[in-house]
Ligand binder design. Structure first.
Ligand code: AMP
Ligand code: MG
Length: 335
């Protein structure tokens, strides 16, 4: 008997509904993204956005998959980590659906879901994962029953750092593609001479980006935005590559998987690919439709967990945890 799982994503800006089967087919992956009118993401507004769009996104997913509720085995939902108002809106929607359609719930860790969908769609089996997004920056690898976090940001995520810098410099949102274009222009004009020194902040296996944002904004008084974008990327991506390489060296793993919204960066891909080639490791990039936040990730991770025997919950038993850490999850499906 094949299994069908409906997954709800709602940890930050994106509300998504995905439907997957146990062959790894994605039948639907509908989403709607909250875009702040001014400034950064406002948690309460984002949560309200999710509640407002939930029914519509759900209907699109059911239409795309051409199925009805009878076919769905259970509902997986993103239970953390993330912004509390977003997680609450998602939980409440999950509970409402579960009661209405008599389904059980399975809480899924958002970061683990990124790792699982990446493994599924790249063929990586036991990678060191660099997960880089608007809200998260982690270097993750499997060891002794858990996905261990070998390194992570001590303050803001790399995507948030890029978005903040571009916004304060007067650019639009999201900042990543804008920065990438400007940095490429600087490189085309000046090559490596476009580089302006910025703080390089790696502490042990951890990273820090907030000081770099401040320093980069100061550099704008004396240097062009293009040159600062180029330098920002070179500095931050070198930091990420350094920590990822050290995780590969420590664990002896020979696969590297890049995922999260920042995985779209051609320059970050290039730098990681070079590092992997030098070490004889295989390099994988999660396909873009699953690299960002989406319901399919949550549905797939929920399906894998349930197949390995993880317990489904009654709607009233389910909860969220905005600080749920990657390494708190029992990875019962890898043994
Ligand atoms: P996520 O939180 O996973 O949805 O990813 C969103 C983040 O990815 C935002 O911070 C974007 O600025 C960032 N992003 C998207 N495209 C690029 C790119 N080409 N280079 C760097 N960052 C990017
Ligand atoms: Mg994410």
């Amino acid at each position: 008997m094949s299994m069908l799982v409906l997954g709800l994503e709602g940890t930050a800006h994106t509300f998504g509904v995905g439907i997957v089967d146990d062959k790894g087919n994605v039948l639907a992956n509908a989403r709607d993204m909250y875009k702040p009118t001014a400034g950064g993401i406002h948690p309460t507004e984002a949560g309200k956005h999710h509640s407002d769009v939930a029914e519509n996104v759900l209907q699109r997913a059911l239409d795309d998959a051409k199925i009805d509720w009878n076919n769905i085995d259970f509902i997986a939902f993103s239970a953390g980590p993330g912004l509390a108002p977003c997680l609450r809106a998602t939980l409440e929607f999950a509970q409402e659906l579960a009661k209405k359609h008599d389904k059980s719930l399975l809480p899924v860790n958002h970061c683990v879901a990124h790792v699982e969908i990446g493994r599924q769609f790249t063929g990586a089996t036991d990678p060191i994962v660099l997960y880089v997004s608007g809200g998260n920056t982690q270097v993750i690898g499997y060891a002794a029953g858990k996905y261990r976090v070998f390194g992570e940001t001590l303050d803001i995520a790399i995507g948030n750092a890029i978005d903040t810098f571009i916004r304060e410099a007067g650019g639009g949102f999201p900042g990543g593609p804008i920065m990438e274009k400007l940095a490429a222009d600087a490189r085309a004009k000046k090559g490596e001479n476009a580089y302006i020194e910025l703080p390089y902040v790696v502490k042990g296996m951890d990273l820090s980006f907030s000081g770099i944002v401040t320093a980069a904004l100061q550099r704008l008084k004396t240097s062009s935005l293009e040159d600062v974008c180029f330098s920002f990327q070179e500095t931050c991506y070198a930091m990420l590559v350094e920590v990822t390489e050290r995780a590969l060296a420590h664990t002896g793993k020979n696969e590297c998987l890049l995922t999260g919204g920042v995985a779209a960066s051609k320059r970050l891909q290039e730098m990681l690919r070079m590092m992997c080639e030098e070490r004889g490791a295989r390099f994988f990039v999660c396909p873009s439709e699953f690299a960002g936040d989406c319901g399919a990730n949550i549905a797939w991770a929920g399906l894998v967990a349930a197949k390995s025997g993880q317990k489904l919950l009654e709607p009233s038993e389910a909860d969220f945890n905005s600080r749920w850490r990657t390494d708190e999850v029992e990875v019962t499906w890898l043994k």
